[in-house]
Ligand binder design. Structure first.
Ligand code: NDP
Ligand code: AKG
Ligand code: MG
Length: 421
């Protein structure tokens, strides 16, 4: 049976019974986790739909494999294929530190304008966790994926570009606080109204569709007033303007305090909660990182900028068992393009050992199946995950934290999941 293309009409994704889905195997542990995860996805789809649906995988190249075969790290053909087939899934790709080429992962997001990085964080029964009540953590991070310091606009110390920019800042913009101008590298942090609005809009729409209770805007707006502070203000504005009667915001709360006092504001918020409105609030990033540990129940959907979202993703993943079980999706809600990928990287020390946990990329596949409307197969994989973990058949990362566990290889964990489907 030959596959067919996924298409998009008026923002709606049309999925045939046998979609062609491009995949990037990834560097480091990529080949191991992809092999295990793709087998589980195939088996679940086959079982859930009695052979009537199937995915035709189409390999596209990026990273080390692409460089070896084509001399390019991210061939144009890969981008063209993902543009054409709309939905893709990828393993992790290596990024050199402090020099060399810029992140291919970020480049893919930028090229396809996948503006929302969506990372759900929830606990699976039995997964070992460093916190007492991991079940209290149930959040979905919406990380802005196209702007911020992550956009890669930075200039190396000592270069003409860095000197020129520092001169400009000092001589034309009145910047007096660059402490060591002669030896500074310099980076730029663009944060826009449009970029913020589309991200917060997507997060709020998700909160409405999924019946979530709150949305927290996470920022460091006290220090970075016109980037992170503006993100907070624009976030409240878009919530009130576009989601009017579905939300109650802390900006509204503050206005009621000013006009009618604190009791009236508390009453208005309680009424909104009782009516099932989504409470839109904000939190400064440093205290947020403390409170997700100490009071995780108070947070639900989270919208934040690119770099904060990166830090928050790995920190929250730890609370529910670690980066071995942390899925994600990069989505453009307007064009329908999406690339699903794990939160973790290439874990180079484990490359080729058939050792690590394939759950992050597998659960990214589960997000993909839900995105395709194939919820039955997605449910089946999650149930198999619960069952397999409950039987204490796990990879090294969980085994080292569990009493009485049977440690299995990456591929064997895939086998166990398939037998539990
Ligand atoms: N989207 C992407 O493709 C990403 C790519 N990267 C890139 O990956 C490379 C390596 O980054 P690094 O900072 O080491 O972070 P990694 O996420 O690759 O690995 C850090 C540690 O996380 C644990 N880990 C990662 N994946 C798994 C897994 N599947 N199962 C179990 N444990 C896992 C291991 O912990 P332990 O040592 O405790 O066993 C590992 O040593 C860099 O080049 C970085 O830029 C990083 C993040 C995302
Ligand atoms: O692209 C990279 O190498 C790192 C990206 C990353 O950590 C992330 O997106 O979470
Ligand atoms: Mg990261």
């Amino acid at each position: 049976m030959s596959g067919q293309k996924i298409t998009v009409t008026n923002g709606e994704v049309n999925v045939p019974n046998n979609p062609i889905i491009p995949y990037i195997e990834g560097d480091g542990i990529g080949p191991d986790i992809w092999k295990a995860a793709s087998r589980v996805i195939e088996a679940a789809v086959d079982k859930a739909y009695n052979g009537e649906k199937s995915i035709e995988w189409k390999e596209v190249l990026a990273g080390e494999k692409a460089f070896e075969q084509t001399g390019e790290w991210l061939p144009e053909a890969t981008l063209d294929t993902i543009r054409e087939y709309i939905i893709a899934i990828k393993g992790p790709l290596t990024t050199p530190i402090g020099g060399g080429f810029r992140s291919l992962n970020v480049a893919l997001r930028q090229e396809l304008d996948l503006f929302a990085c969506v990372r759900p964080v929830r606990w699976f029964n039995g997964v070992p966790s460093p916190v007492k009540r991991p079940e209290d953590t149930d959040m979905v991070i919406f990380r802005e994926n196209s702007e911020d310091i992550y956009a890669g606009i930075e200039y190396q110390e000592g270069t003409d570009e860095a000197k020129k920019l520092i001169d400009f800042l000092q001589n034309e913009m009145g910047a007096t606080k660059i402490r060591f101008p002669e030896t500074s590298g310099i980076g730029i942090k663009p944060v826009s109204k449009e970029g913020t609005e589309r991200l917060v809009r997507a997060a709020l729409q998700y909160a409405v569709d999924e019946g979530r209770k709150s949305l927290t805007l996470v920022h460091k707006g006290n220090i970075m007033k016109f980037t992170e502070g503006a993100f907070k203000n624009w976030g409240y504005e878009v919530a009130e303007k576009e989601f009017g009667d579905k939300v109650f915001t802390w900006a509204q709360y503050d206005r009621i305090v000013e006009e009618q006092g604190k009791d009236a504001a508390n009453e208005a918020q309680s009424k909104a909660e009782a009516e099932g409105k989504i409470i839109v609030k904000d939190s400064i990033a440093d205290i947020f990182l403390q409170q997700i540990l100490t009071r995780p129940k108070e947070f639900d959907v989270v919208a934040t900028m690119n770099l904060n979202g990166d830090y928050v993703s790995d920190a929250l993943a730890a609370q529910v068992g670690g980066i071995g079980i942390a899925p994600g999706a990069n989505i453009n809600y307007d064009s329908g393009h999406a690339i699903f990928e794990a939160t973790h990287g290439t874990a180079p020390k484990y490359a080729g050992q058939d050792k690590v946990n394939p759950s992050s990329v597998l659960l990214s596949g589960v997000l993909m199946l839900r995105h395709l409307g194939w919820g039955e197969a997605a449910d089946m994989i999650e149930q198999a995950m619960d069952k397999t973990i409950a039987s204490k058949t796990v990879t090294y990362d969980f085994a080292r934290l569990m009493d009485g566990a049977t440690e299995v290889k990456c591929s064997e964990f895939g086998d166990a999941l398939i037998s539990n489907l």
